[in-house]
Design a protein around this ligand. Structure first.
Ligand code: ADP
Length: 303
C-alpha cells in the first residue's frame, strides 16, 4: 500500500529521536527514499502552525552536503518527512575496526561536514544536534548532514530516549551551563568533537550526566578562567568548579599534525564569541596543507 499515493513502504530502517524511519520507493521518480514518521499526537495543532513554516524553509536548504528533504506531508497522526536514502553514516565508519582512516580520509570527511555546516550557518540555520550518526554517507562516498533544524522545530530531543544520551557528548559548554541564547558556535563545538572522534576512533568526551560532561570538558581543556570566557558566570546554570589545569592538547592527540591540532584548539575555544566560525575553520591551513583530502568515491566504507 502506498503512502500519500506515491511512496511504497519497505522495511523499517530504525527508530529515531522523533519517530520511526522506514525505507520506501518513490513511485513518481523510482528513487529510494527514507521516510521519517514524526508522531504529532496532541501537539498536532501547534506543530502545524510553527513547524510547517520551518519545514518549508528546510526544503529550501539545497547543498551537496545537506540531506535533501524531498517532501513533507501529514498522514494520519503523523508528519512524514521524505529524505534521499543514504547507505551508511559516519558513526558506523568510526566504529568499524576493520576500517583504517588515514589523515587524508579524516580530512575528506571533515571537509564535507564543514561545507554542509557552513552553508546552513550562512543561512542562519543551526543544526543543534551534530553527532556522527547524523552524518550520512551515500554510495558515492558523499557525506551529508541530516536532521538539520529538527531539534528547533520539534523541541530539544527528549532525554527519556536512551539513544539521545549520546548527544550530550557533543554539547557545547555554554549549553551545559544553561545558555538560552546561543548560536552557530554550538555546532562548531560539536564538529570539533566529531573531529576528535575521527582521530581517536572513540567519542572524545563521554560524560554520563550534564555535570559529568562539564567535568570531562574541564579535564581536557582546564577549567575556564575569566580571561578565556568573561561571560561564563552570567549563564543560568553556572556553578564554580574546582580548578583543573589544562593538559597540553598535544598530550591528548599525540599523533596528529600541528595543523590539525591548531584547528582543534580553535574549535574547542571556551568563549562562544571567540570560538572559530565554521567559515573560518574551512579557511584554516589544515585544509590546504598536505595531505590533500581523499576523493569521496575512494573513502573506505563498512561492508
Ligand atoms: P536519530 O534521531 O537518533 O538521529 P534518525 O531518526 O536520524 O535517528 O534515524 C533513525 C534510523 O534511520 C537510523 O538507523 C538511521 O541510520 C536511519 N536513517 C535516517 N535517515 C536516513 C536516510 N536518509 N537514509 C537511510 N537511513 C536513514
Amino acid at each position: 500500500k502506498k503512502v500519500a499515493d506515491r511512496y511504497l513502504k519497505q522495511e523499517v530502517l530504525g527508530q529515531g529521536t522523533y519517530g520511526v524511519v522506514f525505507k520506501a520507493t518513490d513511485t513518481k521518480t523510482g528513487q529510494t527514499v527514507a521516510i521519517k514518521k514524526i508522531r504529532l499526537g496532541k501537539q498536532r495543532e501547534g506543530v502545524n502552525i510553527t513547524a510547517l513554516r520551518e519545514i518549508k524553509m528546510l526544503k529550501e536548504l539545497k547543498h551537496p552536503h545537506i540531506i535533501l528533504l524531498i517532501d513533507a506531508f501529514p498522514h494520519k497522526e503523523n508528519l512524514h518527512l521524505v529524505f534521499e536514502f543514504m547507505e551508511t553514516d559516519l558513526e558506523a565508519v568510526i566504529r568499524d575496526s576493520n576500517i583504517f582512516l588515514s589523515p587524508a580520509d579524516i580530512k575528506s570527511y571533515l571537509l564535507m561536514t564543514f561545507k554542509g555546516l557552513a552553508y546552513c550557518h550562512d543561512k542562519w540555520v543551526l543544526h543543534r544536534d551534530m553527532k556522527p550518526n547524523n552524518l550520512l554517507i551515500g554510495v558515492d562516498g558523499q557525506l551529508k548532514l541530516a536532521d538539520f533544524g529538527l531539534a528547533r522545530i520539534f523541541g530539544s530531543p527528549n532525554r527519556k530516549f536512551t539513544h539521545q544520551v549520546f548527544a550530550r557528548w557533543y554539547r557545547a559548554p555554554e549549553l551545559l551551563f544553561g545558555a538560552k541564547q546561543y548560536g552557530a558556535a554550538v555546532d562548531v563545538w560539536a564538529a570539533g568533537c566529531i573531529f576528535a572522534e575521527l582521530l581517536l576512533r572513540r567519542p572524545f568526551l563521554q560524560g554520563n550526566s550534564d555535570i559529568d560532561q562539564l567535568s570531562k570538558i574541564f579535564a581536557a581543556f582546564g577549567t575556564p578562567n575569566a580571561d578565556q570566557w568573561p561571560d561564563v558566570t552570567d549563564l543560568p546554570d553556572y556553578v564554580e568548579y574546582q580548578f583543573v589545569p589544562a593538559p597540553s592538547l598535544r598530550s591528548l592527540f599525540p599523533a596528529v599534525s600541528d595543523d590539525a591540532l591548531d584547528l582543534l584548539s580553535k574549535m574547542f575555544t571556551y568563549d562562544p564569541k571567540a570560538r572559530i566560525s565554521i567559515e573560518q575553520a574551512l579557511e584554516h591551513r589544515y585544509f590546504t596543507s598536505a595531505p590533500a583530502p581523499t576523493d569521496p568515491a575512494k573513502l573506505p566504507k563498512p561492508i
